[in-house]
Ligand binder design. Structure first.
Ligand SMILES: [Fe+2]
Length: 192
């Protein structure tokens, strides 16, 4: 199964066009959050990708927090292809995806039940784990979350897809056996 994953597109026209172009042959879209710009322009973005007829699994970034309690509910009621990945485990091909929002990364990440050891585990989090170069900006400031890092160290997902730090020192890092990929302002195809 082919997944096109992205983060921090902020409803930008250029990245939306890239998402549409690179989604050819994909079976699903996954977003690590900040698909709006301060909670705005989400309808414009979702209208543009609706014609792809692909499910979009997503978590909320800090830009969606202004009305977080019902934001994704509102978006998924209006657009049936929008699926909230927060605190859920969803199987896509040979992978299991589970996600946490920016709010979770500040306040505490749920424990996920129903994870199968036989599938590739993919943790989708807006905020990267702290203490790795994927969480540091070009000035060396760490914008990662210590709670996300603790979770990654304990659960050791095969893959951690994150964003938030738009211009990280390194796109990819490793924590134990977990491969961390910062997708901020980019999109990338994965096959499972
Ligand atoms: Fe963000």
């Amino acid at each position: 199964m082919k997944i096109l994953a992205f983060s921090d597109n902020h409803a930008s026209f250029g990245l939306t066009r890239q998402i549409i172009e690179q989604s050819k042959g994909a079976d699903a879209l996954v977003s690590a959050g900040d698909f709006t710009h301060f909670g705005q322009f989400w309808e414009e973005f979702l209208e543009k990708i609706a014609s792809l007829n692909l499910p979009l699994y997503l978590v909320s970034g800090n830009h969606e927090l202004s009305s977080y309690s019902d934001f994704l509910k509102q978006a998924s009621e209006r657009y049936s292809f929008v699926r909230d990945l927060e605190n859920r485990v969803i199987s896509l091909g040979d992978a299991q995806f589970f996600g946490c929002s920016y709010l979770d990364s500040e306040e505490g990440i749920s424990s996920f039940t129903g994870l199968s050891g036989e599938k590739t585990s993919v943790f989708v989090t807006h905020c990267p784990p702290s203490g790795c170069l994927s969480a540091r900006n070009q000035k060396g400031q760490d914008g990662g979350s210590s709670l996300v890092r603790k979770f990654v160290q304990e659960v050791q997902p095969d893959l951690v897809l994150c964003g938030h730090i738009h211009d990280p020192m390194e796109r990819e890092s490793v924590i134990g056996k977990s491969r961390i990929i910062n997708l901020a302002c980019r999109c990338r195809v994965f096959e499972f």
